[in-house]
Design a protein around this ligand. Structure first.
Ligand code: PHE
Length: 339
């Protein structure tokens, strides 16, 4: 009996010492756990005379209840305190400004290329890509460009061997496609081309977008109609095109295509050098010799082709003054093309 009072007192002291719920739990186990002191007392019942046992049992039960109550009271307080500490430690300031995620942008060439594809895909064109290393047959011979043509000169063309070169024009894709596919054809062929050329508007590597349409009854009017649509979509609603006579070995007749200057609306300004027009591409009706070279019957089919520099279109569209900006990778320039 005496011992129970001692245990209560001792437990009380230990409870007061416990700072954490873990320490409190361990203390509780030392008294009420399976090997705890109270449990040990119960086990000692066997040594007590039978007539004292009920009273003893009751005493122990009282003891257990008192201890449980004492533990419960403190447990509540410690748990609350610990919760507060945890909340405080993990506090976040929701009013703090967020960290900006750096957002990239498509390169202006990639972007312009995609816009061009969108315009012509809307008219039923499909994309076909040829190789950058081309044979002189596809780049020149099949395109009706004779061996003595100035474009074949070493000054203009990067030769790899006598037979292979870095393609100077995506027009080579016309031949590759027509060898594979019979008309009707509506092809768009974007890609890198290479020429020994270097100034503010020319670079040794640049991008072209080739177009080819071959079917029965295709005329120059179809070409101008599609180019008008292209100019309106790429530049402005009121853009117009103008065809001027020109020469390419693989088209007959050949034309240079001008678009009305979007900067001044055709009145004349420094961008269009006072003319109101800007030259954007070369085009023409596919030369019958080219069709023959690809096994397409020129008496049954006609077609037109066009080729434009993607850099040139991007420079006009975005007012970019120097072609080298496209390859310098200056983020201050590239960042301006974010959506
Ligand atoms: N390949 C020509 C060039 O690079 C452009 C062109 C393509 C002209 C198709 C006519 C037809 O200048």
């Amino acid at each position: 009996m005496e011992e129970t009072e001692k245990i209560v007192e001792e437990a009380q002291q230990e409870i007061e010492k416990a700072q954490t719920s873990r320490a409190l739990y361990e203390t509780k186990m030392r008294y009420l756990g399976r090997t705890g002191k109270v449990t040990a007392l119960l086990k000692g019942m066997r040594e007590i005379a039978a007539e004292h046992r009920p009273a003893f049992g009751k005493k122990i039960n009282d003891l257990r209840e008192r201890l449980e109550a004492a533990f419960a009271a403190v447990e509540q307080k410690i748990k609350l305190r610990e919760m507060e500490q945890k909340l405080k430690a993990e506090e976040i300031d929701v009013t703090m400004p967020g960290r900006h995620a750096q957002k990239g942008a498509l390169h202006p060439i990639t972007r312009t290329r995609q816009e061009l594809i969108d315009v012509f895909a809307g008219m039923g064109f499909e994309v076909f890509e040829g190789p950058e290393i081309e044979s002189e047959y596809y780049n020149f011979t099949a395109l009706n460009t004779p061996a003595d043509h100035p474009a074949r000169d070493m000054q203009d063309t990067f030769y790899i061997t006598d037979e292979f070169l870095l393609r100077t024009q995506t027009s080579a894709g016309q031949i590759r496609l027509m060898e594979k596919k019979k008309p009707p054809i509506k092809m768009l062929s974007p890609g890198r081309v290479f020429r020994s050329d270097d100034d503010a508007t020319h670079s040794p590597m640049f991008h072209q977008m080739e177009g080819l349409v071959v079917d029965e009854g295709v005329t120059l009017c179809d070409l101008q109609g599609m180019l008008d649509e292209f100019a309106r979509t790429m530049f402005s609603e009121t853009s117009k095109t103008r065809l001027r006579p020109s020469y390419f070995p693989f088209t007959e007749p050949s034309v240079e295509v001008d678009v009305s200057c979007a900067a001044c609306g055709g009145k004349g300004c420094p961008l269009c050098k006072g003319t109101g027009w800007i030259e954007v591409l070369g085009a023409g009706m596919v030369n019958r010799r080219v069709l023959e070279n690809c096994g397409v019957d020129p008496d049954r089919y006609t077609g037109f082709a066009f080729g434009m520099g993607i850099e040139r279109i991007a420079m006009l569209k975005y007012g970019i003054g120097h072609i080298r900006l496209f390859t310098e990778n200056d983020v201050r320039f590239l960042e301006q093309f974010k959506d």
